[in-house]
Design a protein around this ligand. Structure first.
Ligand code: COA
Length: 163
């Protein structure tokens, strides 16, 4: 895989406009982005890893530079497997920084060849989180300004299927 590839990992439960914004802007810098969906979630997930991969693939059907994949285990090992050296992370607020800094240092300790690349989330998306979106959707609120259209359909279906 070319040097200008990066892995953008997360739980993406669900994938938000903030995540989309990071991927779209990063495509100005990288030729290929792997959106890597973490399968081992410590949180109670709304979508299975397979569902999340399927939904994000729908979002990027017209963007061949974006590959969507699932991973489990250590993220740095996944990057080695994909032969990618850049780990892309979005930072929303100052409070994200401490956690991201710790994770970047831990990953560096685990794999010195991997570099973490930080991109600021655009201001209009900095309030978003997957948890907030799930809560709003659960209570019947409007999430149009928060997630891509492909995601809305799946979130609706999920809640309609619930008793
Ligand atoms: N726009 C909107 N929301 C965003 C966002 C953005 N640009 N960036 C992050 N978020 C939200 C996410 O939706 C998530 O919301 P939630 O907590 O309500 O679900 C929250 O911010 C945290 O997301 P993030 O920190 O990006 O990652 P994650 O929690 O989705 O994923 C992994 C973290 C999977 C990358 C990390 O746990 C990992 O690497 N796991 C593999 C195991 C491993 O290697 N561990 C050692 C790491 S040191």
């Amino acid at each position: 895989m070319s040097q200008r590839s990066a892995v953008y990992a997360g739980f993406f439960d669900p994938f938000t406009l903030g995540h989309l914004n990071i991927v779209q802007r990063s495509l100005r810098l990288f030729d290929h982005i792997v959106v890597a969906v973490a399968a081992d979630s410590p949180k109670k997930a709304m979508f299975t890893p397979e569902e999340r991969v399927g939904i994000i693939r729908e979002v990027f059907t017209k963007t061949p530079q974006v590959e969507v994949d699932e991973f489990s285990g250590l993220l740095v090992e996944y990057l080695h497997k994909k032969k990618v050296q850049i780990l892309l992370r979005g930072i929303r607020t100052v409070s994200d920084f401490e956690y991201e800094y710790q994770m970047a240092l831990a990953n560096k300790k685990l794999a010195n060849d991997i570099e973490t690349f930080f991109m600021m989330t655009e201001g209009e998306h900095s309030y978003l989180s997957s948890t907030v979106i799930k809560e709003i959707a659960r209570l019947g609120g409007d999430i149009h300004a928060m997630v891509p259209a492909e995601v809305i359909r799946h979130v609706r279906k999920k809640y309609e299927a619930q008793p």
